[in-house]
Write a protein that binds this ligand. Sequence first.
Ligand code: ATP
Ligand code: MG
Length: 319
Amino acid sequence: MSVSICTMGELLVEFLSKNYNQGFTQPGEFLGPYPSGAPAIYAAQVARLGFDSTLFGCVGNDDFGRLNIERLRLEGVITDGISVIDKAPTGTAFVSYHNSVERDFIFNIPNSACGFFTADHIDLALLNQCQHFHIMGSSLFSFRIIDAMRRAIQIVKANQGTVSFDPNIRKEMLNIPEMSQAFDYILEYTDIFLPSEGEVHHFASSKHQKETDIVQELLANGVQHIVIKRGQKGASHYQQHQGQTQELHIPGYNTKMVDPTGAGDCFGATFVSLFLSGFSAEKALRYANASGALAVSHKGPMEGLSSLAQIEHFIQQSA
Ligand code: ATP
Ligand code: MG
């Protein structure tokens, strides 16, 4: 089945510390600019799998913006929903690695071009063609974009489309008050919820609630599918079926971790597009685990994307 998926939010370029523990308090070498932004990585992975993929957002009128649009276009992403604006430069992120897993960020997002994206920027003809809208929590960094997200949710739902939500929480962003308020609103409309293991407790209704209880509550509140990402351990899927909770746990693949950036985005893009196209939850989860594993084995946020053939080859090799 053909699916048409859209997402909205930050487009930025990323600079990666060359060495571990380099930090940001003294001069050091950084590699980049790499095209990045969680929704951009997601959109590129959806397109790599051969599905219609549309990205809405803003870049500045500068080379970082052009680099982003050019790369997304090459990937096959529909970029007509990306506005180029003069009043702010393209967003940036600097990443300093402590080791292959832990990292710190310095983001320039809310005050960059993508922070100026508003509901008025949405190309309605493009949005009306989308059957599914994916939201990244990391994109909820300004009241303007939250407003745009609400508008997009209303339109996609009015068209009988579906919504997925990956909280993608960055500790550097948790102090943005609009962000956590928007989480509750978005969850109400979420059909597929994709938190990582460490994010689940943010959605507890009371302190010390266990993961299984949080999952039960979210399902009872109307979320149709919950997929929990568990890093190297793989992922789990939960859904209600005839009053019972069905759970599925699929182990991850062994791979050499080079750069964790993009794992969750590639995983989410692969799960959502394959599941919506008719794969069983189990098969979609297996392919998504492979997509996440392939993402972490490449340096750079958008360098570890994979096609269906690459995913299948990887799964066969790992058997
Ligand atoms: P991100 O850091 O991109 O936000 P996330 O926290 O959303 O990631 P993770 O659980 O880290 O999500 O990764 C998503 C998926 O990618 C995992 O469920 C797993 O399938 C795969 N993955 C991540 N890390 C590894 C690893 N070290 N080895 C194998 N697979 C991995
Ligand atoms: Mg994530």
